[in-house]
Design a protein around this ligand. Sequence first.
Ligand SMILES: Nc1ncnc2c1ncn2[C@@H]1O[C@H](COP(=O)(O)OP(=O)(O)OP(=O)(O)O)[C@@H](O)[C@H]1O
Length: 695
Amino acid sequence: MDPYKLLSRSTNLSKGRPKQSRRVAPSDGPPSHPQLFASRDEAASSTLGKRKRDTVRKEADPEDFFNERGKENGSSARQKLESVVGGALDEENDDAEDEGRSQPRMRLSIEERKSILHQHKVKVTWLNSQQLLHPTKRPKGKKVKAEKPRHRLFPEPLQALRNLGQLYGVSGQLQRNIIDQSYDDATEVQLAAIPLLLNTAKENIPELAGSTEKLKIDLLAVAPTGSGKTLAFLIPLLHSVISRRHQASQTEHQTSAIILAPTKELAAQITNEGRKLAKGCGVTVSQMRKGLKLPTRSSSTKETTDDSQDVDDVESTGSVLRADIIVSAPGLLQNAMAECRDLSWQIHHMILDEADVLLDPAFREQTLDIWNALNEPELRVSLWSATMGSNIEDLARSTIDERSQRLASTSTPAPLVRLVVGLKDSAVPNVSHQLIYAATEKGKLMGLRQLLHPTTTTKGASQSLRPPFLIFTQTVERAIALNSELLYDVPAEAGGSSRIAVLHSDLSDTARDSIMTRFRKGEIWVLITTDLLSRGVDFRGVNGVVNYDIPTSSAAYVHRIGRTGRAGRDGGVAVTLYSKEDMPYLKHVANVVSMAQKQQGTEGGVDDWLLAALPKLSKRDKKNLKTHGIESRTARGQIKDPKAARQSRISTKAGFVRRVENNRKGAILGSQRRAQINLRTADDDDEEGEFGGFD
Ligand SMILES: Nc1ncnc2c1ncn2[C@@H]1O[C@H](COP(=O)(O)OP(=O)(O)OP(=O)(O)O)[C@@H](O)[C@H]1O
């Protein structure tokens, strides 16, 4: 029996699909092209040095079910690199600087750069140009008014990642690691961000060409979900750390970079990516874990922790984390920093991934605490996200500004550059959206079952969802309740309840890791979760996202649905189920969907009449919704309005049936309790009856 067929009953499966194989079933989707806004050919023809590009065949990585890149592919890319470099890439030919110097640099005219950047919808703006070009004496204590962005910049776009060594002197080993993972075309964010971060400011900003300082920039980068931001910050970071170690002939690992991410899952993913890229480069990338300590001047090298050390070990020994790059959630790092007085590190780079969350009230204090504690004058900061409100941008700008004022005597202010790919705060363009009205909570459950097991193929009716897919709920309790409702919906022949799982913050770290691994391997097909997984987490083959509870802000919608359609993959579906209760809060979702439809030139997500009819939320209501969600679905709502809370409970059973069941359960428990009491009394009686002897 074909398990895939079972899970997608009544859908027309293509005849050519290979039979059986767990590997083939869920993630067997359409191929992807990592660039979102310009076709490969257009992009290629617009460069000066037009190169032939082979279509890279994607292979499965045995460890990661959704990861299509493999070693074979890596070696073919490597052959390509060798043909470009004009010789075999032998291990000795490792000196990046030499390689860079011997190769002519690619130079594009400003017009050509403009045209490529325009094609890829990349906009680069220099935000503090006035401050740097016309520094005037500021009266002390007065806040500087945010300067209006004036300068557009046109960095030289990097078309292919295989040119990194040739153009920017990236180390041969780092280049090989990139190639071995089959990264070839640079995505939009990479083609602009990598040159901006690898070159000094004066090479990117013509106005600074006369300056003698080798300034690096601070960066605010906003690019769609799944567009490769991780690689865009990791490559320049690793290059910088490798060069610094090389220059200082350092043998010990000394932390010089911090990457902050809002969740442990995302931190683990970044660490993993970092390690793959840093393999053989002599640079260590480690994740901060509970119980680990930061290196102080007095801590001995014996305590050094190894990356492979078990979490429990770490917790019990309280080892010291010695790594060149530390990846962490802000709370963990803040605590570790608070415990150490004389930290021996010198942080030159701080990266905030999902910066808008890290600077949101929930994490703001922790993030700013860490940021302000870093006193290295040359600290360069970059902030990355798919969404960034103007308030977050202002906060970042003022923090950078205050810091440079505080360290004015030792530091030189750096250019602050903003990079935006596509339309700011919009959904990834290759995902199709569906808003489904389900009237009630029970209707939503039925709607979800219809997606799991479609019973009709009528045109216009909601489509089925090809596993694997993610389902988002508002709270942990609802995720658990939905999981127990759906647990037996997958037939035993297709793996049964093992195909569905729930992941939330109340689970232990080990359980969370295990579920993530099983989902990546394709053992779990439907993963129910909360917003814990809505940010940054990359499952390459996820075919769809279901918003069982509507997201509480437009940014939350953009990030949730961004778990599908990664790396330019087509065919991703985002379904939002909404009930009558959701109607007052739907406008922000409908706006994003409508904008995405307009961009794609498609129909079906949201009708104009619905958009016009939906009520607009006041600023206060929006804030409330963002912090608390829809009240009846929370513990607070249960106390405030028990009736509404009962109605929004996730269950297919009627109240009467639930009451009968509860009564029965209560009766069973009661009789068990009574039996135990009887048993105990009988024992006591027996004991009393026995002669215990004289004292
Ligand atoms: N140049 C490239 N070519 C092919 N695939 C790429 C390239 N760069 C990144 N990818 C792949 O794209 C996927 C998404 O990358 P990444 O997780 O960095 O996205 P992101 O922009 O950080 O997304 P999010 O906003 O959701 O955090 C990953 O699977 C990554 O391996």
